[in-house]
Design a protein around this ligand. Structure first.
Ligand code: CO
Length: 133
């Protein structure tokens, strides 16, 4: 376990959220793109060692859209960077934790990631990242 990689916040409108986090707060934005396979548009804003990820649903019915309906805007997940995602998944499984996918998923930059169910992580959706070399 090496660092908090990012903290993700679910928002209704990315432009409105950027008006706060980027323009008013003064964070830089390194990336903004749609992730159709996750049903979201995301923006990354580095803050020191970690980053803030803003998540806006692309359509009704996805996980983030349901989250917003139920709970409104707010903290969606915390992402920890790990050196070896398979080893981390194996440890969690043997501890009885519930993972949201059997295998690590692969992001566009080659990052491998998996989500841990909030019930296993005491109320917080947890993401694990293994950053590509
Ligand atoms: Co994330």
């Amino acid at each position: 376990m090496s660092a908090i990689h990012h903290i993700a916040i679910a928002v209704h409108n990315l432009d409105a959220a950027l008006a706060f986090y980027r323009d008013a707060l003064g964070l830089g934005m390194t990336e903004r793109r749609e992730v159709p396979e996750e049903g979201v548009e995301i923006a990354f804003l580095p803050a020191g060692e970690g980053e803030i990820e803003l998540l806006q649903p692309l359509s009704e019915g996805g996980g983030v859209a349901r989250f917003l309906e139920k709970r409104g805007e707010g903290l969606h997940h915390i992402c920890l960077q790990v050196d070896d995602i398979e080893a981390a998944m194996e440890r969690l499984r043997s501890a009885g934790a519930r993972l949201l996918s059997e295998e690590p998923r692969v992001g566009t930059s080659g990052t491998r990631y998996v989500f841990v169910h909030p019930k296993s992580a005491h109320g917080v959706l947890l993401e694990l990242y293994e950053v590509a070399e």
